[in-house]
Design a protein around this ligand. Structure first.
Ligand code: C2E
Ligand code: MG
Ligand code: MG
Length: 480
């Protein structure tokens, strides 16, 4: 179109000059066309430049797009081959961004992406490249980053900056990122190799947090609690207390339930403050294993001072058919040499996925290990569905029924029925939350096999439990 216009105007101008007989017609046409062609070339060139620049930038964030990124990677490679200076390529994939779009809308999502671009640019050097290559995917080329330690430090800074809350329409959202990297030349000499390597590492870290994203409860997870718990786990600030489980008929302490606490310098944080959050994240697996490890070691410790106690460990429902957990438990049993029958897994039928169908192969493998399985909190929501799906040896009757048992009210009838239900299924029963002599005696009268509660013994450190067994116990007498 521009060309047609140029030729048209050129011709009109030429004819005018010829009409005025100022120059030779052919010469005039030639000059005019040449002049206009020059201008047209300039205009076109500028247009091409703008179009080119736009095609190299992500229109939303203004960051380099994949095409420009490829160019920058080539430049970095050429430079590094020449100067032998290394560089790192980092792949950043946002965790939880989809939720922002879904819940807050696309405008909020766009706003967050722009902020993310700025934050990433603020943690790298001015000469580095931050590119947006997909909806929630960024790539960074960091010149001079030479070692895995340096790359890890950079990743730490990037995540720290990305995790700060993002203000959107009056509220705020939080986002995390999975980041993988590759170093030139150690990890590859070609761009494709470097990207593949960084991608692979990114996905390896993502496998964990993606579950977190997929959870429907995600918005109720307090990330502050999670972070605190994560660091406590790393620093060994998680302690396990043990509460005695007593044989109702003989009055002997048969087992101890492992109950986790988070040790703060000035207090012990009870599980109700963090378990509801932790059990919605992949961290719960590490927690379960740490507690199981502690518990299995205690068996031997107590044995050495003359007490033969089994242990019970709480396991969230959705981990029951987690193949990785099952293998880790098998490993723990192997390593400690403990008879698997001395470990009871108390399946807690609340939390994400509670009551859903389980993978029969994994459950079979778990059973095959020889561990015992118990259903915790029988009588609460989801526990009845779980009694159908889980292979069990035992049920624990929820504490709420024991609080006012022994007075001939509804709780008496409920406990009696739950005991009957369990016994019909061939399962033993534990009465939880036995706080008084009245409850203890009622538990016995209503046919419970075992009992646990403050009346019998509080949760306490493992060493203290051994002393308590040797000294204070038995404080109760059966039969009243
Ligand atoms: P749970 O498995 O039903 O454990 C029994 C809870 O009742 C414990 O609370 C215990 O201290 C408390 N308790 C015991 N006797 C009495 C009593 O007579 N009266 C009253 N009012 N309470 C009594 P804790 O230690 O605060 O644990 C709460 C819940 O947190 C546990 O309930 C369990 O669901 C969860 N939990 C504890 N440790 C772990 C763990 O290592 N992993 C997982 N996934 N969950 C855990
Ligand atoms: Mg329990
Ligand atoms: Mg319970």
């Amino acid at each position: 179109m521009v060309a047609a216009l140029v030729v048209g105007i050129g011709l009109i101008a030429g004819f005018e000059l010829v009409r005025q007989e100022r120059i030779n017609a052919a010469f005039a046409v030639a000059i005019t066309l040449a002049g206009w062609a020059g201008i047209a070339t300039l205009l076109l060139g500028r247009q091409i430049q703008i179009a080119h620049a736009l095609s190299l930038r992500d229109p939303l964030t203004g960051l380099p797009n994949r095409a420009l990124l490829n160019d920058r990677i080539e430049q970095a490679l050429a430079r590094s081959r020449r100067t032998e200076e290394p560089f790192a390529l980092l792949v950043v994939d946002l965790d939880g961004f989809k939720g922002v779009n879904d819940v807050r809308g696309h405008e909020a999502g766009n706003q967050v992406l722009r902020t993310i671009g700025r934050r990433l640019e603020s943690v790298v050097r001015a000469t580095d490249t931050v590119a947006r290559v997909g909806g929630d995917e960024f790539v960074v080329v960091s010149l001079g980053t030479a070692t895995d330690d340096e790359a890890a430090a950079l990743v730490g800074r990037m995540r720290q900056s990305l995790r700060r809350p993002y203000g959107v329409d009056g509220g705020h959202v939080e986002i995390d990122a999975s980041i993988g990297w590759a170093l030139f030349p150690q990890d590859g000499l070609e761009p494709a190799d470097l990207i593949a390597r960084a991608d692979g590492q990114m996905y390896a870290t993502k496998r964990d947090s993606s579950q977190e994203d997929a959870l429907p409860y995600l918005r109720s997870v307090d990330r502050g609690v999670i972070r605190d718990f994560e660091s406590a786990l790393e620093r060994g600030q998680i302690v396990v207390h043990y509460q005695p489980i007593v044989d109702v008929r003989s009055g002997a302490v048969r087992a101890a339930e492992a109950l986790v606490r988070r040790a703060h310098p000035d207090r012990l944080v009870t599980p109700s403050e963090f378990i509801p959050h932790v059990e919605q994240t992949p961290l719960v697996k590490a927690l379960t294993l740490a507690v199981a490890d502690d518990a299995l070691r205690r068996i031997e410790e107590w044995e050495q001072v003359g007490h033969s106690l089994d242990v019970a460990v709480n396991v969230p429902y959705r981990l029951v058919d987690d193949p990785e957990l099952v293998e880790e438990i098998a490993d723990l049993l192997d390593r400690t040499g403990v008879d698997p029958a001395r470990l009871t897994l108390e399946v807690v039928p609340s939390g994400p996925g509670a009551g859903s169908e389980l993978d029969p192969f994994v459950v079979k493998r778990l059973r095959g290990l020889g561990v015992r399985m118990s259903l915790d909190d029988l009588g609460r929501a989801a526990s009845v569905a779980a009694i159908r799906t889980l292979p069990l040896d035992q049920v624990k009757i929820d504490a709420m029924f024991l609080h006012d048992v022994g007075r001939g009210g509804r709780s008496d009838a409920i406990v009696r029925s739950l005991v009957e239900l369990a016994h019909r299924l061939g399962l033993e029963t534990v009465a939880e939350g036995v706080e008084s002599r009245l409850a203890w005696e009622a538990a016995a009268a209503l046919g419970c096999d075992y009992a646990q509660g403050f009346f019998l013994g509080h949760p306490m450190p493992a060493g203290r439990l051994a002393e308590w067994l040797a000294g204070t116990w038995p404080v109760i007498t059966t039969g009243g």
